[in-house]
Design a protein around this ligand. Structure first.
Ligand SMILES: [Zn+2]
Length: 177
């Protein structure tokens, strides 16, 4: 059995390229290893019955994919949020322009030991990695989970915080460090 799930009427030439998701016709780069195969973040945890729909949704969002791919490799020194905002409008996704966002995450209160919800405000225009993270979340929500597009502007999102961002969180213990 293969995980390629190649449609019966597909041509003989393999559609998959090196480093690409194993799902037939998927335009995404592979990043999750599931069994012997590498899949993209959208196909990785989806049931086989949903694979073709996911591939179709991804192919409908190729401009967004290209944007994410480029943004993942952006040099922070060359990050131009205004240009990014203009481009997102041009490809019909003004909801995904870099904006001010509220991030919610769980943290352990260092005094009470309890898990508390911490909200921080960040401006994606100052933190391109936060913007890319939101683009990726949106892509997974729309392609893997089938959420309608355009999603309402995301003001609040619960995300695991990358290490670099965790460093930015002020000490709410207030010991002045
Ligand atoms: Zn894929």
């Amino acid at each position: 059995m293969t995980l390629h799930r190649t449609p019966p009427n597909a041509s003989d030439t393999p559609a998959q390229r090196q480093g690409q998701c194993v799902a037939y016709g998927c335009p995404m780069w592979a990043e999750v290893k599931t069994g012997p195969d590498w899949t993209c973040c959208c196909h990785a945890f989806a049931p086989a019955s949903a694979w073709q729909d996911i591939t179709q949704r991804l192919n409908q969002r190729r401009q967004l994919l290209r944007t994410i791919h480029r943004a993942l490799h952006v040099n922070p020194a060359e990050w131009k949020p205004d240009v990014a905002a203009g481009y997102m409008g041009k490809i019909g996704r003004p909801d995904l322009a870099p904006a001010r966002i509220t991030l919610t995450h769980l943290a352990r209160d260092r005094f009470t030991g309890q898990t508390v919800e911490v909200q921080i405000e960040r401006d994606e225009r100052d933190h391109p990695q936060l913007w890319v993270a939101r683009l990726l979340r949106t892509l997974v929500r729309e392609c893997a989970e089938g959420a309608p597009e355009p999603a309402k502007p995301v003001a609040t999102a619960a995300v695991p915080m990358p290490t670099a961002v965790r460093d930015l969180i002020p000490n709410f213990g207030g010991d002045g460090r």
